[in-house]
Ligand binder design. Structure first.
Ligand code: NDP
Length: 324
């Protein structure tokens, strides 16, 4: 039986990856900064809360991580922890850098000193490409436009350096935005879906948003975790762009969500300049050709399917809450 340690198991991707690995027969453990207080709702929603063990360890604390690794003896480590919001990174730049870049270095040092053939997946992001002139691939230059992207870029190069310098099996997945009902509402997709469902239920509120012209590639989290796993099953470690290859504007997403509910978005949405970021990526496009060819991975859900699935899930949840 293979063993996996998911650092940051309580997040959106941690929950989906836990389900995937449990279903594959892995023994799955994870870390949370405080296991007793850990938010297990995502794991519970996917039916795996009782199938995983959670250890207390902060991703920046060498000793805590070392203990977790000793207990789990993992074959594979997935680093999904850290401050993951681009917007929040402008308010918490140092916390973001430490929990993403310094933390990744911490894990790499641990693996170097451990000296065992443990494989590492590191969660990078297409945010590192900034406003790329065309669809970005593994060879495209990094032009980060947020403290989050700066931290992800630093972590990415640390992984590449340890792979080259020490021969570690370490990979970065450069993932485009991927969504699910497990996204917290501070992320704009879930904010839109949740508000639209409340409006459809008669709340009478208005939805206030920043720049809705931004273009992104939105996929489905449940599919993206499969790409993470595939990366660690290859003969050689490498970096892979994971995306649907289809980008849409946020405006397109809004129109789609409200249309799913039989509503006209124009009657319910306001633009709020106060919500604009100090700097933002206008257009994000990514080319997943390498992952399609080498990993045999391909997204089946892009923005339209993601929007519809999120609306369906939100309606189900709010219906359950009404009953309770
Ligand atoms: P989440 O924010 O849902 O989960 C990350 C986990 O990290 C949290 O559950 C939390 O666990 C821990 N964490 C949060 N803040 C901090 C902090 N300041 N310091 C240390 N730990 C923290 O992220 P996702 O599951 O959505 O994403 C997983 C990884 O993939 C992240 O690194 C993210 O940046 C990256 N990524 C995500 C994309 C997406 O669209 N979802 C796109 C590209 C990359 P706890 O509180 O239990 O300690």
């Amino acid at each position: 039986m293979k063993s996996a340690l998911i650092i940051g198991i309580t997040g959106q991707d941690g929950a989906y990856l836990s389900r995937l690995l449990c279903d594959k027969g892995y023994r799955v453990a994870g870390t949370s900064r405080d296991a007793q207080m850990a938010n297990r709702s995502g794991l519970a929603a996917l039916g795996v809360a009782d199938r995983v063990t959670i250890h207390s360890a902060s991703v920046t604390d060498f000793r805590g991580l070392w203990q977790a690794v000793e207990r789990c003896e993992p074959d594979e480590i997935y680093n999904l922890a850290g401050q993951s919001s681009v917007g929040l990174s402008f308010e918490q730049p140092l916390e973001t850098f430490e929990s993403v870049a310094a933390a990744t270095l911490n894990i790499l040092e641990l693996l170097r000193l451990l000296g065992k053939p443990v494989r590492l997946y590191n969660a990078c992001s297409t945010e590192v490409f900034g406003n790329a002139p065309g669809p970005a691939d593994e060879e495209s230059p990094f032009r980060p436009r947020s403290p989050y992207a700066v931290a992800k870029a630093a972590a990415h190069w640390a992984v590449a350096n340890y792979r080259e310098a020490y021969g570690l099996y370490a990979c970065s997945g450069i993932l485009s935005n991927h969504e699910s009902p497990l996204r917290p509402q501070r992320f704009v997709t879930r904010k839109i879906v949740a508000a639209a469902c409340r409006i459809a239920g008669g709340s009478g509120e208005r939805l206030s948003l920043g720049n809705t012209d931004v273009v992104r590639d939105w996929g489905w989290a449940g599919e993206y975790v499969d790409a993470m796993w595939r990366m660690l099953q290859q003969d050689e470690p490498g970096d892979y762009v994971i995306a649907t290859g289809r980008s849409f504007s946020l405006q397109d997403f809004i129109v789609r969500v409200f249309a799913e509910l039989g509503l006209d978005h124009a009657d319910h949405v306001d633009r709020n300049p106060g919500l604009l970021r100090p700097s933002d990526i206008l257009v994000s496009r990514a080319n997943p050709a390498k992952s399609q060819e080498k990993l045999g991975w391909r997204a089946t859900m892009a923005m339209p399917e993601v929007a519809a699935a999120m609306v369906r899930a939100e309606q189900k949840t709010s219906h359950q809450e009404t009953i309770a």
